[in-house]
Design a protein around this ligand. Structure first.
Ligand SMILES: [Zn+2]
Length: 362
């Protein structure tokens, strides 16, 4: 099939996807590309909730996996040190999609949705021990640093999460939201490679000016190499905030869903829908592709290029850009009409072509 190849860092070109005699896929050069069928590296969702059966939020990983174009999901803190063994033992081996985990600094993870409101809920030594037991699974440390969650603990969960992350040599994934703690104090604790999720939330205390430029503490964090992650969720994505930031030159480094049981039926649905929304906010397609593939793959330290020098496809997501007049809702209740939407068509996993079934919402 003729495809538009979107190769982050190398630009766009025309290509032809072919099946070799051994059944694996190859990408050859072509003279012309179709307008709407695209291929790029395999997608990664850097923020999802897939601890099905343990937390009330979890969705089965394969519901948000290869059928939706996603090769790897990173569970964002559903498990803490006390519940990580169960994720590794029961959820990861049963899933076809790749799973990584940001371990929550709160010991029970999201079994209790005020997971760090009490000093007894954080155990630094036990969290480090759990990370060592599951080095291949754990990609970093998750801290939800907003008022409704930390209660009187203020900055302590983040300070302790940072202590663990630096000791383990891993990044932090920090949920931002309403104060306290103050966003300036949160952002000043983040280092290069740490990730701010819910970066375009529309709540009071967000780290953006009205013109879309970052407030001083966010500007300093971005200068240090801190990354912006979308983490759409049920309450954490504003079309207005994202559109202004993209226009001012601050697109997200990664597009993720924060998909869980209470938003998979809307407004989140899946990663393709979240990518569609970032295109609606003015993000160029090539940047959007990089932010669901190359960049989150780097954060997760996933090995391997998607294409070999000889044109063998190691991993890829094939998707269609379809014209539409469908309306989409952000997490603030604002609705906007899209002109084009992203529809996953297939994945290539270890060289093998795997079609995506057409699902609801697509
Ligand atoms: Zn989340």
């Amino acid at each position: 099939m003729l495809v538009r190849v979107i190769d982050p860092g190398r630009g766009e070109r025309a290509g032809r996807l072919t099946r070799r005699p051994d059944g694996t896929m190859a990408l050859e050069e072509a003279d012309r590309a179709p307008g709407n069928l695209c291929v790029g590296p395999g997608w990664v969702d850097l923020h999802a909730h897939v601890y099905d059966g343990m937390t009330s939020l979890g969705v089965p990983p394969d519901r948000v996996g290869l059928d939706t174009g996603v090769h790897v999901v990173a569970d964002a803190g559903s498990a803490g040190q006390a519940t990580l063994d169960g994720l590794a033992k029961y959820v990861v081996p049963a899933a076809e999609v790749g799973v990584r985990a940001w371990v929550n600094i709160g010991s029970t993870g999201l079994v209790d949705l005020r997971e760090t409101a009490d000093p007894r809920s954080v155990d630094v030594d036990a969290t480090l021990a759990a990370i060592e037991r599951h080095r291949g699974l754990v990609c970093g440390v998750k801290v939800r640093s907003s008022g409704a969650i930390v209660g009187g603990m203020g900055l302590q969960p983040l300070q302790l999460g940072r202590l663990v992350a630096r000791e383990a040599g891993l990044p932090l994934l920090v949920h931002i939201g309403e104060a306290p703690p103050l966003i300036e104090d949160v952002l000043d604790l983040l280092d290069a490679g740490d990730v701010i999720t819910h970066c375009y939330h529309g709540k009071i205390g967000r780290p953006w000016r009205k013109d879309g430029t970052p407030a001083p503490a966010l500007a300093r964090a971005l200068d240090r190499g801190v990354l912006l992650d979308v983490g759409h969720g049920a309450a954490s994505f504003s079309f207005d905030v994202a559109t202004a930031a993209v226009a001012a030159g601050f697109p997200p480094h990664s597009i993720s869903t924060d998909v869980h049981i209470r938003n998979i039926g809307g407004p989140v649905h899946d990663l393709a829908t979240t990518v569609t929304k970032l295109l609606m906010c003015g993000m160029p397609l090539a940047e959007a592709v990089a932010s669901v593939s190359t960049t989150p793959r780097g954060v997760l330290r996933l090995p391997g290029p998607w294409l070999s020098a000889a044109g063998a496809v190691q991993h890829a997501t094939v998707f269609r850009l379809a014209g539409t007049d469908r309306t989409y809702q952000d997490a603030t209740g604002t609705r906007r009409t899209a002109e084009r939407l992203v529809v996953p068509v297939a994945t290539v996993v270890d060289g093998r072509f795997r079609p995506c079934p057409a699902g609801p919402g697509r």
